[in-house]
Design a protein around this ligand. Structure first.
Ligand code: KIV
Length: 303
């Protein structure tokens, strides 16, 4: 794995030279450090944070301010992975101008290096305007969660011929407008394969089978932190949710039984008691600040 920063340009080139793109949603600094250390290519500050972090039923309440807040936390860790921020519901649908301004905020204030938007040909003008303004754009087609009410729920898309043809057209229109990659979510794997063959930019699948040029998963799903639902397309690589419950129960028991905190977790009143001390009469020649500094040395481990 190269140690150099992953860029939108490099990701686009993976279409032809591989390896497959690996993306994971990331919403805070701690996870950004861990996930980046694992060698992923893209940290996606997805509007899925509305459900995963904020506890909403869908992604619609998420705002540009929310994405800026979370992407800032991710960007502060200076990851090697590329940081892509989601344009949330109603931050780009209204006009080209609105789209450029919202996307610009994600780069200027949030530290994102590209943005993602949901939808096809109808937003091609937004994509072209953002790219001309210096903002790399990732597309997103198929089960686009911001359209949950149009779909009547989180339903697999592209099952009939008309919608398959439309999705293919949308993918070509996005490519023509300048996207550097396209997320394909919740579609039959044969359709994902057709789209992947037809477009000149990488496709990144989620619930779209094995034929895409890359894969994205929500970090809470992949790590088993989301315990309430288990979508068919997810493989859990750990059961951190169960581990977190077990660890916290052990803590509850230890606090109640008095087993924690114990001797090893205690600070002593006289941290220097074991060191040879200069023999001075009490307080002689020392200011109050010096006495206090001696009594409470800053961050000295184990004292
Ligand atoms: O918001 C998100 O996390 C996403 C991915 C699931 C693709 O859009």
């Amino acid at each position: 794995m190269s140690s150099s920063k992953v860029t939108a340009v490099e990701l686009a080139a993976r279409k032809f030279k591989g390896p497959k793109i690996v993306a994971v949603t990331t919403y805070d600094a701690t996870f950004a450090r861990l996930i980046d250390a694992a060698g992923v290519d893209v940290l996606l500050v997805g509007d899925s944070l509305g459900m995963a972090v904020q506890g909403h039923e869908n992604t619609l309440p998420v705002t540009v301010d929310d994405i800026v807040y979370h992407s800032r936390a991710v960007a502060r860790t200076h990851p090697r992975a590329h940081i892509c921020g989601d344009l949330p519901f109603l931050s780009y649908q209204v006009s080209v101008e609105q789209a450029v301004l919202s996307a610009g905020r994600l780069l200027k204030e949030g530290g994102c290096e590209s943005v993602k938007l949901e939808g096809g040909a109808v937003f091609a003008d937004r994509v072209a305007a953002m790219v001309s303004s210096g903002i790399p754009v990732m597309g997103h087609l198929g089960l686009t969660p911001q359209s949950v009410h149009v779909f009547g729920g989180f339903r697999v898309q592209g099952r009939d011929e008309a919608s398959q043809a439309k999705l293919l057209e949308d993918a070509l229109a996005l490519t023509q407008s300048g996207v550097f990659a396209i997320v394909l979510e919740g579609i039959p794997c044969e359709l994902a394969q057709r789209v992947t063959r037809a477009v000149s930019v990488p496709t990144i699948g989620i619930g779209a089978g094995p034929h895409c040029d890359g894969q994205v998963l929500v970090c809470y799903d992949l790590l088993g932190l989301e315990t309430t639902i288990r979508p068919k397309f997810v493989r859990r690589y750990a059961e951190l949710g169960q581990a977190a419950i077990a660890a916290t129960s052990a803590y509850v028991q230890d606090v109640r039984s008095g087993a924690f905190p114990s001797e090893e977790h205690c600070y002593s009143a006289q941290p220097h008691a074991r060191r040879p001390q200069p023999t001075l009469p009490d307080g002689a020649g020392l200011t109050a600040e010096q006495l206090l500094a001696g009594a409470f040395p800053s961050r000295e481990p184990g004292t």
